[in-house]
Design a protein around this ligand. Structure first.
Ligand code: F0G
Length: 456
């Protein structure tokens, strides 16, 4: 088989910063050992997130100039509406400045105290937007999704029996919405099968509860369905996408991922009453419904990005480039979550540094050392991000304790990825020297963004 090449060439370049291990030692200390608090100008390869960090195409940059900046009824809105409707099929397409703005609006309307919202696995902002108005966010991943070393095609699936049990036990009237995150980011960028989407939608219908997709990485999910699910191999990505959305009643969408833009989001639904309420809130917090907190140029770039994001050659390269990094790490014996996800490779912190107790944040230790060794910025998705404490203050660890190496779209070349694999390999060789961390400051919600640490 020939090498799957980047299906683009580079027209504009940006230098990447280089620092020494001594610089990075000092930078880490000054940033409280939290890589979110490091200046990007001190990061050589930035794998903090794949969100808003992609490279736009020449056509998208042309859209930036072509955007219609009219306050109301801009042509760029109608282009975006038509591009989103063409793929997702929903009646109401509401722009927001990013995904979490859509979440906030949705849960301000449907959530609140006494309400439970199940998901395969909630992303951190989704969970926070449910919990802030007093609701309960419940994760129901399938059993296979809880075991990092197990190979299974659709580890992002929701446990349908557990969903039914939850709905019955809470009472359907207390479950205003069921969500499915495609791909399942916090569960390792793992896909959800068409069969699972259908099965979840049947439970939702049976109890009269709307099903919404958290659709950030819908195109990557569709490509996995094409490659792995029987009956979909000869279907086009667009057909698969349309079928995925056809089982749902709406979606929240961060365009910063599969729509290949630096900012933007959508809240979509079929229900007229819900749409009216959402638009009323939108006007207060985001903007008029034909721009929703975005500039006309952003709307135009999202519309173009939606078309490029479902291109099959692009998706083939995209998933292969992530898998390539996974293979390089496996060949060095590094424990990663298997199989590799759509947008990221996840290190399994528990197996990487088994000597560090859960409450001393093993993933954070790996993240710090990876930056120290190579100037590579990753993110902890484990005890720091999702760890909880019971009423006695005892630590409750999350299901998975991971470090995510998220790959920005169309940004890094194969040699950048080779360099990352070398840096992770170096950290792994020195793993026995790594120690834990303790938190010296944390905010009440989403602590990973601003917490400060010190070595134990
Ligand atoms: N849902 C999922 C599954 C996400 O991954 C994200 C963002 C959001 C919702 C929120 O979207 O950032 O546009 O407000 N994920 C980024 C990440 C931040 O790094 O995984 P947003």
């Amino acid at each position: 088989m020939r090498t799957i090449i980047e299906p683009f060439k580079i027209k504009s370049v940006e230098p990447i910063p280089m620092t020494t291990p001594e610089d990075r030692h000092e930078i880490l200390r000054a940033s409280g050992y939290n890589t979110f608090l490091i200046k990007a100008e001190h990061v050589t390869i930035d794998l903090l997130t794949d969100s808003g960090t992609g490279a736009m195409s020449a056509k998208q940059w042309a859209c930036i100039l072509d955007g219609d900046e009219s306050y109301a009824g801009a042509r760029s809105f109608y282009r975006l509406e038509s591009a989103a409707r063409n793929l997702f099929g929903f009646k109401h397409i509401i722009p927001t400045h990013q995904g979490r703005a859509a979440e906030r609006i949705l849960f301000s309307i449907l959530g609140g105290s006494g309400k439970t919202i199940p998901n395969n696995t909630h992303f951190d902002t989704t969970r926070a937007n449910i919990e802030l108005p007093g609701g309960e966010a419940v994760d129901l991943p399938v059993e296979e999704g809880r075991h990092p070393e197990l190979i299974y095609d659709f580890k992002g699936n929701m446990d349908v029996d557990a969903l039914r049990h939850l709905v019955v036990s809470r009472g359907p009237s207390n479950v205003p919405l069921i969500m499915l995150t495609v791909t399942n980011n916090s569960g390792g960028g793992q896909p959800v099968s068409m069969g699972n989407i259908r099965a979840v939608s049947e439970v939702a219908k049976e109890f009269g509860i709307p099903l919404f997709l958290d659709a950030c990485r819908f195109a990557e999910n569709a490509y996995f369905i094409k490659k792995r699910e029987s009956g979909y191999g000869s279907r086009s990505i667009i057909e698969i996408v349309r079928e995925m959305f056809s089982y749902s009643d709406g979606c929240t969408f961060s365009a910063k991922k599969d729509a290949l833009v630096n900012i933007g989001g959508l809240l979509c639904m079929n229900d007229d009453d819900l749409a009216t309420k959402a638009k009323n809130l939108l006007v207060i917090t985001e903007g008029f419904p034909t721009y929703g907190g975005l500039a006309g140029r952003d709307l135009e770039a999202v519309a173009q990005g939606l078309e490029e994001g479902v291109n099959e050659r692009y998706l083939e390269y995209r998933l292969r480039s992530v898998e390539y990094l996974g293979e390089k790490l496996l060949s060095q014996g590094v424990p990663i979550l298997l199989p590799t996800g759509g947008h990221a490779v996840y290190l399994d912190s528990r197996r990487f540094v088994p000597q560090i107790p859960q409450e001393e944040f093993p993933g954070q230790s790996i993240v710090v050392e990876l930056y120290h060794v190579g100037g590579v910025r990753a993110v902890e998705i484990g005890s720091v991000m999702f760890g909880k404490y019971d009423s006695q203050g005892k630590f409750i660890p999350p299901i998975l304790d991971l470090v995510r190496l998220a790959i920005p779209r169309r940004v890094y070349t194969q040699s950048h990825i080779d360099y990352v694999a070398e840096a992770v390999g170096e950290v792994y060789l020195a793993r026995e020297r790594l120690g834990g961390y303790r938190i010296t400051y944390q905010p009440p919600l989403l602590r990973h963004f601003t917490a400060r640490f010190e070595p134990v």
